[in-house]
Design a protein around this ligand. Structure first.
Ligand code: NAP
Length: 888
């Protein structure tokens, strides 16, 4: 590669003064801006790109500090829109250096002749929407105005460096440098006394190299971060071979993945693996030197569950202790305040070993905060450090900074973006903002952006935006604007997604916590690039859902609504089920359906460990029934919960809800006894109901033998099991013989009519269908018997029943009868707590470790059961870990 040809070069400044009128103005000539320019130009739009820097490259133009490299493997970090480009450029290393990446952008700019439409050294100073003309008017620091129909921010997520935030910087007599604005001519640190403030990716990359040059290096660390060895070198053969074998498939896998890098989804959970297996996986990941590998490939629960995460974090902590010789320094470098991956981890080369050097000092700002920067150096509240150079590696006003803080953007009716975003960024799809017509953001807040391989996200965003502009032009539309409904829906979906991962549990630039006074909240989309892509496509398929389109000679189009109303994990599961194209369960016959369910259950994650699991036999209404008992690991005797599984009185058995029973046993600290009651069609109504009552009575009578607390028991059930639990409470009240102190009804069947709205709204598409419910009822109970309270407890007398917790799911045909039962209980004077799981479906609460968003519902259920049994509320330390920290 004749590299000199592509060396970064300043543009010709002579074209800077002319005013310009274009179809599209793009801000930024980095990764996104270049691709936008290429695609827009090819589509026939007139385009100008406005770039503050002197050349292309964006973040790679500015971040020239020693050690700057990408930390996604370069094989994955490039444009993929042109297969010829993919082969024309060869990366020299696994992780390319900043100069090489900059040369790549120069190469791309030359190859597609992009520079002629870029105005370098030009900063936009304001952008104002003009309703009368339907155009954006831009002012620039070069004095040249720009008028454009579409205004696209390709400003990057990490391009507005934070100010120093420390008093006295101006007094310092030595040199001050920011990693994010490193002098192009380089900085000679040889023989100097240097300070680095900050230990994020920029600090961690630069510290080892600065330590090699400087006479003395003092690192001022506020929060230790997790760093992994990059093991840089030649590109790994396995990934290279994967790409070369089938480039299209490799790229497509990346586009559909969660993080934008082609790795499979890990299915095994940590508790299924032995400690030795886990360590072996970890060592492989450590040796691989790949962030995406270690963040996604160890075990399925590592990113979503605090326990699973702690296992990885502990292993990394061990590594730090192994490398750093001084135990006190090792302790200071070891992160404990955030889950691994919740804050952006770093890739390093010799980072921890650098602290073994005699010329390197670590100052732990948690123990001795900086008081001020003085003329001679830095003073903490314990000591002073004389310095020649201070390097700020203190990061960026991320995601919103470059869009909001750099220039005022004024939308419809004079509203400024800063005021609209004062409480945190609002967007639709992370691409648009209501009230700001024809404004687009590439990798804006609300998009997967920084939680993904940026290259993949940038291409997806750009393609989507440009394709929309082409379609609008073809249809005669000139303005596009997100609706408030769509934007509010996206905010809710974002909040739902943020519960899937552990990012919300750390103070980071992802959440705005690194900038004093910034509104807090997870800014990137945590639902993954594959799901995000499918949502963007769905918006189009559903007639530009959530957008208002207008044009001079065409009728306004506004198909308003929210694009995702399901919880993100429910959406994924239902999507996978839809792809399986299963025949309706009701067409399989009872035995066929049972066989199907057994097979289906084999694919689910193993339930979590409890103290003990045992099998037994109890006396049902007409004979022996099997049961499964789940005992907590804590010392007993424990209260007993008699549990009835789901399955429409036809399917399932005492172990078919195994993960749910284990989870609830752990959360409540109670014994769960899951009863294998009789099923239809072999045993029709009222067999299951009578078994429920008889089994509960038997269990209460044998509580002590079962290791439980003698006295009243509790009942719980899901779906048809919820029906049996509710009926059992009524029979126990009427017949005596067993005292029940609380009932948990999860998406219960309570009535035999199908006319409530949830039966129509959720008739199909959410796994439990109306047709399947008809089938279950037909098999279980003849129409003449259905109004019997033992089949339809809603029709029974409800006074004097034990306190209840009734959980329902928004997208469940049974939703409204569950809600009706809760309301009727309350009316009858029964203490009731109701929960309607927003975005959930019938199986959400029982699909443990699959529907992660079901956790908060189970937490509430467990608290309710503990309350019924007179147990104290669990404090956060005692609870299952994923609920130990409050949601935002
Ligand atoms: P960063 O991750 O935000 O790290 C900033 C560091 O400065 C943190 O250690 C922070 O401590 C500290 N800090 C901030 N303000 C401070 C203050 N007032 N006093 C003392 N310490 C202060 O920033 P970054 O290292 O520039 O990295 C930002 C992101 O850019 C990375 O996460 C990554 O996504 C990207 N990046 C990528 C690469 C790459 O691809 N190779 C390289 C560099 C950066 P606290 O943690 O306590 O706030």
């Amino acid at each position: 590669m004749p590299e000199a040809m592509f060396a970064a070069r300043a543009s010709d400044a002579t074209n800077r003064e002319a005013a310009v009128t274009v179809d599209v103005a793009v801000v930024g000539a980095g990764f996104a801006g270049l691709y936008l320019l290429h695609r827009l130009r090819k589509a026939g739009f007139s385009v100008v790109v406005l770039e503050e820097g002197g050349d292309v490259g964006g973040t790679w133009y500015w971040n020239r500090y020693p050690g700057a490299r990408c930390d996604i493997q370069t094989i994955d970090y490039g444009y993929t829109f042109d297969p010829e480009l993919d082969t024309a450029w060869k990366w020299s290393e696994k992780y390319a250096t900043q100069p090489e990446i900059l040369r790549y952008f120069g190469f791309v700019a030359d190859r597609y002749d992009l520079r002629r439409d870029i105005r370098f050294c030009t900063k936009v100073t304001s952008a104002t929407w003009d309703d009368a003309t339907g155009r954006w008017q831009l002012a620039t620091d070069s004095g040249a105005a720009v008028s454009c129909r579409y205004y696209i921010m390709a400003t990057g997520c990490l391009s507005a460096p934070k100010p120093p935030e420390i008093d006295g910087v101006k007094d310092f007599k030595g040199k001050v440098h920011f990693t994010g604005r490193w002098p192009h001519e380089g900085v000679n640190l040889k023989g100097k006394r240097v300070a680095v403030i900050g230990t994020g990716s920029s600090g961690i990359q630069s510290i080892p190299l600065i330590a090699e040059q400087a006479a003395e290096l003092t690192v001022f660390q506020r929060t230790p971060n997790f760093a992994l060895p990059a093991h840089n070198g030649p590109q790994p053969g396995d990934r290279k071979a994967m790409l070369e074998n089938d480039p299209a498939a490799y790229r497509e896998q990346a586009r559909l993945s969660l993080a934008g890098v082609p790795y499979p989804q890990q299915m095994e959970v940590s508790w299924q693996l032995s400690e030795a297996d886990r360590r072996a996986r970890f060592e492989t990941a450590w040796a691989a030197g790949d962030l995406v590998h270690i963040l996604t490939q160890l075990w399925a629960d590592q990113a979503v569950d605090a326990d699973g995460n702690r296992l990885v974090a502990d292993l990394i902590r061990e590594k730090i202790q192994d490398v750093v010789k001084d135990p006190e320094i090792a302790a200071a470098l070891t992160p404990h305040d955030h889950p691994f991956g919740a804050k952006r981890p770093c890739l390093d080369t010799n980072y921890y070993a650098t602290y073994n050097r005699p010329n390197v000092t670590l100052v732990n700002l948690r123990q001795e905060p900086i008081k001020a920067i003085t003329a001679s150096g830095i003073a903490t509240d314990r000591r002073s450090f004389d310095l020649d150079v201070i390097v700020f590696a203190t990061g960026f006003d991320a995601m919103t900074g470059a869009i909001m803080a750099v220039h005022p953007i004024t939308g419809r009716a004079g509203k400024s973006l800063s005021s609209v975003w004062a409480g945190g960024p609002q967007s639709y799809l992370g691409l648009t903002v209501a009230g700001f017509p024809n404004l687009f953001m590439i990798t804006g807040p609300g998009s997967p952006s920084v939680l993904s391989n940026m290259a993949v996200s940038i291409e997806q965003h750009t393609d989507w935006v440009v394709d929309r502009l082409i379609a609008m032009r073809d249809a005669g539309f000139a303005t596009i604007e997100a609706t408030e409904t769509a934007q509010a829906g996206w905010a809710r979906h974002m909040a739902d997604c943020s519960m899937l991962t552990l990012h919300r549990l750390a103070n980071t630039w992802y959440t705005g916590a690194n900038v004093p006074g910034k509104a807090l909240g997870v800014m990137p989309y945590t639902g993954g690039v594959g799901p995000y892509r499918s949502i963007c496509n769905e918006v189009v398929e559903r007639g530009m859902l959530g957008f208002r389109l207008t044009g001079e000679n065409v009728a306004e189009q506004c198909n308003d609504g929210e694009i995702v109303r399901l919880q993100p994990d429910v959406r994924l599961v239902l999507g996978m089920l839809a792809q399986m194209n299963l025949p309706p369960i009701e067409t399989m016959g009872a035995q066929g359906a049972r066989d199907f369910l057994n097979e289906f259950n084999k694919g689910r994650p193993a339930g979590r460990p409890v103290g003990e699991v045992g099998d037994g036999v109890l006396q049902g209404a007409e004979g022996p029934l099997p049961f499964k008992l789940y005992r907590p690991a804590t010392p007993g005797p424990h209260p007993i919960v008699v549990y009835f599984h789901g399955g429409g009185w036809v399917l399932g058995d005492q172990q078919s809800d195994d993960p749910f029973c284990r989870d609830m046993c752990r959360r409540t600290g109670m014994i769960f006894v899951s009863v294998g009651y009789r099923h239809a069609p072999e045993h029709r109504f009222p067999a299951a109901a009578e078994d429920g009552y008889a089994a509960t009575r038997w269990i209460a009578e044998h509580a002590a033998e079962l290791g439980g607390r003698p006295g009243p028991v509790l009942v719980a059930g899901w779906s048809a099991g919820g029906n049996i639990a509710a009926v059992t409470c009524q029979l126990a009240r009427d017949r005596g013989g067993v005292e029940i102190e609380g009932q948990l009804l999860v998406c219960p069947v309570t009535d035999c009519t199908y006319d409530r709205p949830s039966y129509t709204e959720n008739a199909a598409g959410y796994f439990l269908t109306r047709g399947l419910m008809y089938w279950f009822w037909d098999i279980y109970c003849s129409p003449a018997d259905r109004a019997d309270p033992r089949a339809s407890p809603l029709r029974g007398k409800l006074e004097g029943l034990p306190p209840a917790f009734v959980a329902t799911a928004e997208f469940d045909p049974l939703r409204d009868e569950g809600i009706a039962y809760g309301e009727a209980l309350a009316k009858a004077g029964v203490p009731v707590e109701q929960l309607n799981g927003h975005g959930q479906f019938h199986s959400s609460f029982t699909m443990v470790d699959v529907i992660i968003t079901g956790v908060s519902g189970r937490v509430k259920m467990a608290e309710a059961l503990r309350g019924f049994a007179g147990l104290p509320r669990q404090d956060s330390e005692q609870r299952a870990p994923e609920i130990s920290v409050a949601a935002e």
